[in-house]
Design a protein around this ligand. Structure first.
Ligand code: SF4
Length: 121
């Protein structure tokens, strides 16, 4: 049995249009086509098995010149954890001064990924 999903590779600006065929006959395998380099195959298989995304957002800032501090995850997190991540960020309030790269939340949701500041304030 097989099923094909189409997607665009976002690993570089080329944006290759790919087809990922899931082949199930006892063992599940993925056949990627349309990619112009091996990174596309890696991306396609990862999207089918464990899709992840970098998260960029803002958190409340107590005594900065702006009332929101821009932040991002230190690495990509599983897609299914994004709404939980946003709920955590919504509840955070940071007190300055903050330097770009400072860890705002250590080990977010036990994922061994931090939330870091992307601006000094
Ligand atoms: S398959 Fe390779 S060339 Fe195509 S978008 Fe992905 S990374 Fe870029």
């Amino acid at each position: 049995m097989s099923k094909t999903v189409e997607m665009i590779c976002i690993s570089c600006p080329m944006g290759c249009k790919m087809a990922i065929e899931t082949i199930t006959n006892g063992v599940t395998r993925y056949k990627v086509s349309g990619n112009k380099c091996p990174r596309g195959e890696q991306y396609g298989v990862k999207e089918m098995t464990n899709p992840t995304r970098m998260v960029t957002s803002t958190v409340k800032m107590k005594n900065g010149h702006l009332n929101r501090l821009p932040v991002r995850t230190s690495d990509a997190i599983p897609k299914y954890k994004i709404s939980e991540c946003m709920a955590v960020l919504k509840a955070v309030e940071v007190e300055g001064p903050v330097k770009v790269g400072d860890v705002i939340i250590n080990n977010l949701l036990g994922l061994e990924i931090d939330i870091i500041a992307t601006r000094s304030m």
